[in-house]
Design a protein around this ligand. Sequence first.
Ligand SMILES: [Fe+2]
Length: 404
Amino acid sequence: MPVLLMQALKQAIDTPNSMNASKVIGMNPAGRTDRNNTMPASDIIAEFVLPTQELRDDLPFFTKTLGMRLENIFPADDPSVASFSGHGLRVRLEKGADVPAGKLRILTDRPETFAGGARHLTAPNGTRVEIVPLTPSVVQPATQHEFVVRRLRDEAPWIIGRAGMHYRDLIESRLGGSIIASHIRIPDGGPVPDMVHYHTVGFQLIFCYKGWVDVYYEDQGDDPIRLHAGDCVTQPPGIRHRVLHASPDIEVIEIGVPAEHITTIDHEFTLPNGRGDPSREWDGQTFVHHVKETANWTPFRLPGFTSCDTGVASGTKGVAGIQVVRAEADTCPANRHDADIHFTFVMEGSMTLTAEGQEPRQLEAGDAFVIPPNMVTQYVACSQDLELLEVALRGDFKTEILAD
Ligand SMILES: [Fe+2]
């Protein structure tokens, strides 16, 4: 038996950690471990082809360092091809293969137990390996404060996204990645081809601006929740949900914090899942469902306006506050706030926004603006039908009313 083949077989037998363990807990031909032996074996296997210059150099790296299992190796007299499986992956190293060396991402929540705790490795064949967390976490960038006015009539055409959805970015800069505010519409409506999924976010709001949409939410009963115009829900971090159906011409305002977050498909979870625990908390946040019909209108933080609180500040323990605001006077006093993020969407009517150091901006339905903390602003020339959606993070911010 050639020396290299003998070495390879010995290395495979000596392979530490996960691969020896995999023989105990079961492994299908694709190399996917299955502690319950419930994963059906497949008669189709996919392999990534990687190059190798000297198989003898790469063998110990893939078996011992990465803990993969040697599956086959040939030819016997001078091995130049070998396949390895492990961590849900199968790779085939071919001597002289005209393919890039590539990069592998190893996902684990215990990186200190893998490859001696290294986070970046390079195999002898040039394949780079990165060890990263398995469970996504929220990384909230620092807010880059900016005065933003986004007018519907000034904007480029809507971006056509997946499933016939049209998107309009309401905060183009995203304030340094701290927030995304999207105006979404589905002209055709109808069934929405969605899967049970969840988002790794700090805060997420779905506000139904026009039309209606049916959505299943985890632990919220057997019936879908129908959001009508003026209704909203928060989607706490990790809550499973699935969109079912939307009316024609539905329009939604979606707020996500931070701007970039991971969406995970949960193939094991089915919805509806019954009543569950509607008061449950996900990362300290309850599911908030605000219904316009039952809204309670009270004086707004700014004199001359009335508002209804959506309950979001309470449900998120102050992470965010969402108000629907209506004008009762045509102006309010100059004021400033101390919220980190203060975003407003004009839902109905018109107004003029004055802000220190800025030209007055005439706004109408579909427009949006961001007021940075401590900037003096004033809402003037408000139409009687003016209706605003106000989003603040945190929700328990303070407002200073300034004397005329
Ligand atoms: Fe979603």
